[in-house]
Design a protein around this ligand. Structure first.
Ligand SMILES: Cc1cc2nc3c(=O)[nH]c(=O)nc-3n(C[C@H](O)[C@H](O)[C@H](O)COP(=O)(O)OP(=O)(O)OC[C@H]3O[C@@H](n4cnc5c(N)ncnc54)[C@H](O)[C@@H]3O)c2cc1C
Length: 474
């Protein structure tokens, strides 16, 4: 029997879920708040006198699963695929350091007194740990990383960047973040990986040397490919259609009220939500109990302002992205779309996306494009990446729910919300936002597809286990 499934959110998780359902003869209605599909993996195209395309920061698609890569190639369209080289580095002391850390590169570039201090600190912390002279708790980001890299390397490469990107001390961030984020086990592991590359088939995400990317249109081509196929199958992908109220009778969802001015209600046989789980719980009508409401208000997100600078020069660097951890700089990372596909910018010009993390409503979030341009231009000049007078134009975009904040208390707040939402009989949550997780695009696609197959066939797919391991989240 054909089902009608209403899906909240038109990012990769929602769209890939819808795609698998329509492939199996079911009908979906996807409600997307923004005027475009793609969520965080959206892209924007300017096709006037000059062609420019750009994403929300850098988006590299990696997966060890060859069949998933083939699926993505098919959705984007084989004729629109390029192979890009993977390179990301850290700028410190006006020098480029490889990321993930490469021991010989660290030895070459680091000021020598600091290098000696880093090694002494490392051996000291290992001694304390191995002979159990100090009790390490692995409770927070700072203690987890210091234990494995020593105090100096922690501060230079991990601590200052994390504090800047999160806007909070690393001692207040859960160690879950470090264990998922840092692929290297410790300094010894960095040395071993410099000397011996892992065997083929066992290469971690961070050491993959190339990746696929759309030739034209940016990463949003994947989402647009899904949307086209869903619509071609007779289902609906509604943009500019925010879900406002999730109507329910007890723990059964009866419909979704959506729209900006002209509100409508859509009813389904089942519902899948990929919107932030906090937004979903807030939208439930009647409201959730007070203790769940309090938990919702305690979970936090980091927002990002993207400042895109169009530059009058062919290239800034060969990197996909460059981290700028130093505290005196406001920008924390830049990316250059030409290094994903050479067709993203005019030949003699380039575009750099400068990311600045913030909290929704703060000074950075409210800053004008002119103010943001001055900040980004000043930072890039100060580290020698561009020169004065090269900026031609600026574009600004923002994401409110970019990173879930894994503070020391997040699990305490997340658990009652997830328990409550999971109690809804005919609504399931998935995707990065639906799970308050740090997954990548491949994981959102995998979650969405598994969820779609499960809704379509009733067979268990273990969608909830995707991105729960100790894996790298880029
Ligand atoms: C700066 C940055 C860089 C990244 N780089 C990489 C990378 O290099 N490689 C990689 O694999 N991954 C990367 N990621 C992660 C990747 O973007 C995400 O994992 C993926 O796009 C998440 O897809 P999703 O569908 O799960 O969530 P989302 O994309 O967040 O989709 C949720 C959707 O719900 C919509 N929505 C929200 N509220 C409502 C509402 N009330 N009603 C209707 N719709 C609503 C949103 O607009 C959005 O479209 C990066 C992320 C960021 C922020």
């Amino acid at each position: 029997m054909q089902k009608h499934v209403v899906i909240l959110g038109g990012g990769l998780a929602g769209l890939s879920c819808g795609y698998e359902l329509v492939q199996r003869g079911h009908r979906v209605t996807i409600l997307e708040r923004e005027p475009h599909v793609g969520g965080m993996a959206s892209s924007f195209v300017e096709d006037g006198a000059e062609y420019w395309c750009y994403d929300f920061g850098p988006h590299r698609f990696h997966s060890k699963d060859e069949s998933l890569i083939d699926h993505v190639r098919e959705i984007i369209g084989e004729e629109n695929i390029v192979h890009a080289k993977r390179l990301s580095r850290i700028v410190l002391f006006n020098k480029f350091f490889d990321y993930p850390l490469n021991a010989s590169n660290v030895v070459r570039n680091m000021p020598k007194t600091l290098l000696i201090k880093a090694f002494l600190d490392y051996f000291w912390v290992r001694l304390l740990d191995v002979f159990k002279l100090r009790h390490f708790t692995d409770r927070d980001f700072e203690s987890w990383t210091t234990r494995r890299f020593g105090a100096t390397l922690y501060r230079i490469f991990f601590g200052q960047y994390t504090e800047k990107a999160w806007g909070m001390p690393p001692s207040q961030i859960s160690a879950d973040w470090a264990s998922q984020r840092i692929t290297l086990l410790n300094l010894r592991d960095a040395v071993m990986k410099t000397l011996f590359r892992p065997k083929k088939g066992n290469v971690p995400r961070t050491l993959v040397t190339d990746f696929i990317y759309p030739k034209y249109g940016g990463i949003g081509e994947l989402a647009r490919g899904y949307a086209r196929r869903i619509e071609a199958a007779g289902s609906r992908v509604l943009t500019d259609a925010p879900a406002i109220r999730v109507l329910r009778d007890g723990m059964n969802v009866t419909g979704i009220e959506y729209g900006r001015h002209d509100r409508q209600v859509v009813e389904g046989d089942e519902y899948v939500s990929t919107i932030p789980v906090t937004a979903l719980a807030k939208a439930l009508s009647p409201k959730v109990p007070q203790e769940v409401e309090r938990a919702i208000d305690s979970l936090r997100y980091i927002s990002i302002v993207f400042v895109y600078l169009k530059l009058n020069r062919g290239n800034v660097s060969p990197d996909n992205w460059v981290y700028l951890p130093e505290k005196h700089l406001t920008v924390h990372r830049i990316s250059e779309f030409k290094n994903f596909s050479p067709y993203c910018s005019p030949k003699d010009k380039t575009m750099v996306c400068c990311e600045i993390t913030c909290r929704r409503g703060d000074e950075i979030w409210r800053a004008s494009p002119e103010q943001l341009k001055s900040i980004a231009e000043r930072d890039l000049i100060s580290v020698g990446l561009i020169q004065a007078g090269e900026v031609l134009d600026v574009v600004v975009k923002k994401i409110p729910y970019a990173y879930p904040v894994y503070d020391l208390e997040y699990k305490k707040h997340l658990t009652p919300i997830m328990d409550y939402v999971n109690g809804l009989g005919n609504l399931k949550t998935t995707g990065r936002q639906g799970n308050f997780r740090y997954n990548n695009m491949d994981q959102s696609v995998e979650m969405g597809r598994k969820m779609g197959i499960e809704r379509a066939t009733g067979a268990r797919t273990d969608h909830e286990r995707v991105a729960t391991g100790k894996e790298y989240f880029g």
